[in-house]
Design a protein around this ligand. Structure first.
Ligand SMILES: Nc1ncnc2c1ncn2[C@@H]1O[C@H](COP(=O)(O)OP(=O)(O)O)[C@@H](O)[C@H]1O
Ligand SMILES: [Mg+2]
Length: 281
């Protein structure tokens, strides 16, 4: 296996008013060209931080990232990011948001007509052709997320970094986009790192699932290789004993080995007490 992306002993400390906060401790991971890797772990463990370091948006305090043997020192169009909270430019339409990225990558390489067709093709992939001329404030959160995905795919990045890309979508759209992503990734052979909370999504899409320990000083806990033939069919896999076993292994890691009890926030306490008052009224 030749290494495309080499995350090597990455640690990061954030300055906080109470002193430095060590979010990641010696995260190491070698990823092959065309490999699909998922990061899974409890909320706040440091998944987005890992992705941001690979994207070149955060600097590791120690260690670093090599892409094809070259150190990552900042963002670059060969590493497209789909952010957790869609990040479209609000004054541009869906078409123009994708166009901006396409022009950045393909100016001088594709003709105007080819760029136009390529933008439409990518909007069609995420079922957004009908809303190409709408601005972000005119479309739903899920639709904005789809435009963000189209924008990233349109850049034909060698590395696709996705932070919970389907989290905000309804189940049908999510399934459709997961299937499209598997097909696109097969065709383009891009390397993908995807953060997800969804165990089924992780098993269905990944070649390997990287399970992170709880923070602070989070690191790689266990790595599960998912040895299921591709193309993968969600219906056929639902009863496949291997699939069911992989799923159980991830669940065991999350809910036994790295069990985490979320503190009850003030807001949810208020809701609970109002609900119990309502119930007793
Ligand atoms: N810029 C920052 N400054 C200070 N702390 C941060 C910053 N970014 C993330 N953190 C902290 O680092 C930890 C990991 O955060 P994050 O990577 O967003 O977790 P996840 O994506 O797994 O939910 C959290 O405790 C978070 O509060
Ligand atoms: Mg996150």
């Amino acid at each position: 296996m030749s290494t495309h992306l080499d995350i090597s002993k990455v640690s990061i400390e954030f300055p906080t008013p109470k002193g430095p906060f060590k979010a990641l401790d010696e995260v190491s991971l070698k990823i092959a060209k065309g490999e699909f890797v998922s990061l899974i772990g409890h909320s706040g463990c440091g998944k987005s931080t890992v992705l941001n370091i690979v994207a070149g948006l955060y600097d590791a305090t120690e260690g670093g990232v090599l892409l094809d043997g070259k150190e990552v020192r900042g963002p670059g169009p060969e590493r497209a990011v789909v952010f957790q909270n869609h990040s479209l430019l609000p004054w541009l339409t869906a078409y123009e948001n994708v166009e901006l990225a396409v022009k950045r990558v393909f100016k001088g390489k594709k003709s105007k007509k080819e760029m136009h067709e390529w933008i439409l093709h990518n909007l069609a992939l995420v079922h957004m052709s009908h809303a190409a001329d709408k601005r972000p404030n005119e479309i739903s959160g899920g639709m904005k997320q789809r435009v963000g995905i189209a924008r990233a795919l349109a850049m034909e990045p060698s590395v696709l970094l996705m932070d919970e890309p389907f989290g905000a979508l309804d189940a049908l759209t999510r399934a459709h986009l997961q299937d499209s992503l598997m097909e696109i990734q097969k065709d383009l052979n891009n390397t993908v790192i995807m953060i997800t909370h969804d165990v089924d999504e992780a098993v269905l899409l990944s070649d390997r699932i990287i399970m992170m320990t709880n923070g602070p000083a989070a690191t790689v806990g266990e790595i599960l290789s998912v040895d299921l033939e591709r193309p993968r069919d969600r219906l056929a896999l639902a009863n496949d004993p291997k699939y069911v076993n992989y799923r159980a292994q991830v669940l065991t890691f999350l809910y036994e080995k790295q069990r985490k009890v979320e503190p009850i926030t003030q807001a949810s306490k208020v809701v609970t007490s109002t609900a119990s008052r309502a119930a007793s009224a």
